[in-house]
Design a protein around this ligand. Structure first.
Ligand SMILES: [Zn+2]
Ligand SMILES: [Zn+2]
Length: 79
């Protein structure tokens, strides 16, 4: 699979990870690895914990996953 962000810019990079929100492949330059709160729902912008609800440590650990840049931006706006 090729990186979605790179292909928009006419480049051809192999993906190293898959975004957990949209399922697009991303290369090393375009992935965002961040500790996100646990999400609920298919596209995950609704937070199950983290907004006044305590996150269990294991839950947070479990959700250390990779996002693409557009999804990361969208998530930050919802924090
Ligand atoms: Zn890329
Ligand atoms: Zn994404």
């Amino acid at each position: 699979m090729k990186c979605y962000e790179c292909s928009k810019n006419g480049k051809d990079s192999d993906t190293v990870a898959i975004c957990i929100v949209c399922g697009r492949g991303v290369c090393r330059d375009h992935l965002v690895r961040e500790d996100t709160p646990v999400w609920e729902g298919e596209y995950g912008i609704k937070l199950k914990c983290g907004m006044g609800v305590e996150c269990k440590y294991e839950d947070v650990q479990h959700m250390k996953k990779v996002l693409c840049i557009p999804c990361h931006e969208a998530l930050k706006e919802n924090y």
